[in-house]
Design a protein around this ligand. Structure first.
Ligand SMILES: Cc1cc2nc3c(=O)[nH]c(=O)nc-3n(C[C@H](O)[C@H](O)[C@H](O)COP(=O)(O)OP(=O)(O)OC[C@H]3O[C@@H](n4cnc5c(N)ncnc54)[C@H](O)[C@@H]3O)c2cc1C
Length: 388
């Protein structure tokens, strides 16, 4: 298989890079992941939308634009490399899912806002007692007249009611059915009456929330697809997400920052880049960063060529989130004890960013299914090992 980009793909990549340099700023592994500047993001997103990049791969009648699958991959990589916000999950997963299964009413209300980059979704899956074992969720949706009444609690997804977010909520509609059979999906306004949101600051510095549903009424038109078929849509999301993946194109940028730091700083009168332990680590990490890039390109080529993929996205998730930890750990060792300080403590910007990333890494090994769960998938689906 030839993983090299074609001339047209290189032209597209350069066009995206030029757009990002003008509209967002220089590549930065932290920019879009640190403090969110809602106004800046909104302005940027409307420029992304005007290029038709938020509907890549959607059917034409819903405003879909004709970019090749490889161009979609390149766009998500470049957005990630630049540290720019990009609603990859909306474009690749939720948009296509809504087009396929949402009611006409929900489609005409939500899709135009998605196309314009003006709608954020949060996933309402996890509950206090339900994370990896998602099918055992307890939040209830009971039929009442033309709609449903929701009661329960979700963890993590953080809606911003002022932005008019939508919660993609999994709730139990039939408590007597086998656990995977009695779940339905609802598209709930985070500002709906009865929804309460609380915020918790994570070790990584970002905020996650808890949402509480106290007799929240949702019309049946906001149910996705069929009642009690929610597990099927959750699986479809996972399949589409496998294609979409989480891009890790910021690793080469981070790696170059680490090498530049080693080349430009001394310890005990010796340049860090001349120390044998630094040379050894740089060599190892250079190989791993290259391997991460190749893994993502191999997966993209396979998926877009229609080949079957099994455990690849789990391999990429586990490998890349743990590689980011190794990169930031190396950075902390280069910096020394100052690496324990955050930007708020007034340290050099590079050190503050490293500190932020090393705290964020912990969350990234958990978000979207923990790395232990990814390893189970690799063992079962990738290697065909028996269930333990
Ligand atoms: C920053 C952040 C953002 C998040 N955002 C969202 C969001 O927007 N929406 C949402 O719904 N959820 C979100 N989550 C939740 C996330 O999906 C869950 O935390 C994750 O699935 C793990 O579930 P849990 O926390 O209940 O841990 P548990 O499932 O209780 O797991 C605890 C530990 O046991 C291990 N474990 C569990 N089962 C197995 C098994 N079968 N084999 C081996 N090990 C196992 C796990 O790996 C973990 O180490 C977010 C989480 C974080 C940290």
């Amino acid at each position: 298989m030839d993983y090299a980009y074609t001339d047209d793909e290189i032209r597209f990549r350069d066009e995206v890079r030029a757009f990002l340099a003008k509209e967002w700023g220089p590549p930065d592994p932290v920019a879009g992941r640190d403090v969110h500047d809602a106004e800046r993001e909104r302005g940027f997103m409307s420029k992304v939308a005007s290029r038709g990049w938020l509907t890549m791969g959607w059917p034409e009648e819903y405003g879909g634009t004709s970019f090749s699958p490889m161009e979609r991959y390149i766009l998500s990589q470049e957005m990630n490399r630049a540290g720019a916000p990009f609603p990859l999950y909306n474009v690749n997963v939720l948009g296509p899912l809504l087009i396929k299964f949402a009611s006409d009413e929900a489609k005409s209300e939500l899709l135009p806002r998605m196309r314009a980059g003006a709608l954020k979704f949060v996933l309402g899956y996890t509950e206090p007692e339900t994370g990896s074992d998602l099918a055992s969720l307890r939040t209830r949706a009971e039929r009442q007249g033309d709609g449903y009444v929701i009661n329960g609690q979700k963890l993590y997804g953080l809606p911003h009611p002022a932005d008019g977010d939508i919660i993609f909520l999994a709730a139990r509609t039939d408590p007597d059915a086998p656990i995977r059979k009695g779940i339905s999906i609802f598209l709930i306004d985070s500002s709906a009456e009865g929804v309460t949101v609380t915020q918790n600051r994570t070790l990584g510095g970002s905020h996650v929330g808890a949402t509480y549903y106290d007799n929240v009424y949702v019309p049946a038109s906001r149910r996705l697809g069929e009642e009690n078929e929610g597990w099927r849509y959750i699986r479809e999301c996972m399949d589409l997400d496998r294609v979409s993946g989480i891009p890790y194109a910021h690793f080469p940028v981070l790696f170059e920052m680490l090498v530049a730091f080693a080349a430009g700083h001394e310890r005990d009168g010796r340049r860090l880049a001349d120390e044998p332990w630094v040379i050894d680590r740089i060599g190892r990490l250079a190989i791993e960063v290259e391997a991460a890039q190749l893994l993502q390109e191999m997966m993209a080529c396979k998926v877009y060529a229609g080949a079957e993929v099994h455990a690849e996205s789990s391999i990429i998730k586990a490998y890349c989130t743990e590689l980011e930890s190794r990169l930031t750990e190396f950075g902390r060792e280069l910096v020394g004890e100052l690496a324990a300080l955050t930007t708020e403590a007034g340290v050099d910007e590079f050190i503050g960013r490293l500190n932020f990333l090393s705290r964020l890494n912990v969350a990234m090994t958990i978000v979207g299914g923990t790395n232990e769960i990814q390893r189970n998938i690799i063992a079962l689906q990738g290697l065909g090992l028996p269930r333990g």
